[in-house]
Design a protein around this ligand. Structure first.
Ligand code: GDP
Ligand code: MG
Length: 204
């Protein structure tokens, strides 16, 4: 019998509409890609089990429609999120510039206890295209300033998609071990005992 622990973790994809959030989710969960554009209505989530460093984790990926921005649904959507994936399109400078706003929006509405140590990952998607507007260096410099991990991906070619989600899980597990968000309830961090995962979640 496996001694691995099963826990659930919530990740959310944020970014301008059209950058490839739904495609990244679809590639990660279903290993599929379609060129057909289908606008996401409201929000949706899919799950996939992943084993990272011997932790069996059920990753719940939340996909959002850009229109949720500044609407009250935001706080409900963002609550209890463990890891936030900020997505831009490398062929759209606008989508990159919008990341700061998305980050602020998440911090404001999701209220992570310590935004400075909260796991944000930044994804530059559509690297299979050659009409690039955002250089890797520009994005890396910006991410370094904000202490966020940066990845370049292609949902179309499944480039780096698996790695991104693995890194997100790893960053989340490391942070939870660090107890940054659980100072008031240290006994509720269940990574060592394998109890159900709801208690992982920030209670703020
Ligand atoms: P969302 O609005 O952020 O959810 O974006 P979608 O996932 O719906 O993608 C918007 C459009 O970009 C669709 O036509 C996708 O097929 C396309 N797309 C998404 N990811 C990629 C990618 O990695 N490369 C290319 N070339 N197109 C992509
Ligand atoms: Mg979508």
């Amino acid at each position: 019998m496996s001694t691995r622990k099963r826990n659930q973790l919530k990740m959310i994809l944020l970014g301008n509409s059209g950058v490839g959030k739904s495609s990244l989710m679809n590639q990660f969960v279903n290993k599929r890609y379609t060129n057909l554009y289908r606008a996401t209505i409201g929000a949706d989530f899919l799950t996939r089990d992943l084993t990272v460093d011997d932790n069996l984790v059920t990753v719940q990926v939340w996909d959002t429609a850009g229109t949720e921005r500044f609407q009250s649904l935001g706080s409900i959507l963002y609550r209890n999120t463990d890891c936030c994936l900020l997505v831009y399109d490398v062929t759209s400078a606008d989508s990159f510039r919008a990341l700061e706003g998305w980050r602020q929006e998440f911090v404001l509405q999701g209220s992570p206890r310590d935004p400075d140590t909260f796991p944000f990952l930044v994804l530059g998607n559509k690297t299979d295209l050659d009409n690039r507007e955002v250089s890797r260096k520009l994005a890396e410099d910006w991410c370094r300033t904000h202490k966020m991990e940066h990845f370049e991906t292609s949902a179309k070619e499944a480039r780096n998609v698996e790695e991104v989600f693995r890194s997100g899980v790893r960053a989340t597990l490391n942070q939870l071990k660090g107890k940054d968000r659980y100072v008031e309830h240290p006994d509720q961090v269940q990574l060592q005992t394998g109890k159900p995962s709801r208690e992982w979640y920030c209670t703020c």
